[in-house]
Design a protein around this ligand. Sequence first.
Ligand code: FMN
Length: 341
Amino acid sequence: MNHLASTYQIKNLHLKNRIVMPPMCQYSVTAKDGIPNDWHFVHYVSRAIGGTGLIIMEMTDIEPDGRISDYDLGLWSNDQIPAFRRIIDEVHKYGTKIGIQIAHAGRKAEDAEIPVSSTYIAANKHYKQPRALTTEEVKQKVIQFKEAAIRAVEAGVDTIEIHGAHGYLIHQFHSPAINQRNDKYGLDLALFGTEVIQAIKSVIPPDMPLLMRISAVEYMDGGYDLEHSIALCRRYSEAGVDMFHISSGGEGPSPKVKPRNYPGYQVPYARSIKEALHVPVIAVGMLDDPTLAEATLANGNADLVAIGRAMLRDPYWALHALQGEERKSLIPKPYERGFMY
Ligand SMILES: Cc1cc2nc3c(=O)[nH]c(=O)nc-3n(C[C@H](O)[C@H](O)[C@H](O)COP(=O)(O)O)c2cc1C
């Protein structure tokens, strides 16, 4: 597992291994007012104790109605900063780096009275009908993304990931099937995302890498393909994104034929974007088997691998994936006896 175990550096972010915990909302543990609670503390610190190289904290929203549910995390107020700082400081004690995914759910904000979007069309029949943001309001959202990033830096994050995937607000702007606007944010589908990137870039330290999550393809009928997402990533890379986290789908309407997922199903997308743009990428999607995660790196398909649901089952996924000398330095001292027979 020497690729999984190897160190990695991008700008000033130094990782002890290539294993990433991707953002995963913890909805049902009822964060109040967007503030992480003891569950979130234990949840993230456990994965740090478990040897993870980089944790990306879950979708954290720029305003209350940007949350999927009212139980999600947010960074729209300075009052939210200390609880994030408590998690970040503790995670750092185990040599794990930690970032945060900054987002707005747009028309997928389930508890918003009237969600907002690029469009007035609902994601599907299970979602509320949104209100299309005015041009001026879109600019306001860019500022809210920037302010959330300032708070994230204040809380001590090592990196920020912009959520541009899974049918949330930025995706609702750069999807040709969803965004039918005729203002400048409709004529240039990448403009909103680009402005968010530039705004965040202007307030984070110059040596802090900026990550962005993208759906490489949409699954709805008439959805965009890899060619479109490569064009988007090119724009976003020029605007300042240092690394892409390659996911897919989530845009809302179900296709007539839904593709099945299988181990490594999104890896070819990660490779294609990496090859087309010569940018570093994180691959994600059923990479639970350490041999597959290792091969994804060894074959040059990705620079880092993210392990989602498997890490929900096993907070010590990294300690279990690595063996022998590769694992030795990751084992917290109080647990050393547990790994000696
Ligand atoms: C409980 C849960 C919550 C999730 N929340 C987020 C999220 O906040 N942001 C995001 O981009 N993806 C989210 N995802 C998607 C994961 O980050 C990951 O891309 C997906 O689970 C596929 O990886 P896996 O097969 O390793 O689980 C979530 C997934 C799960 C299972």
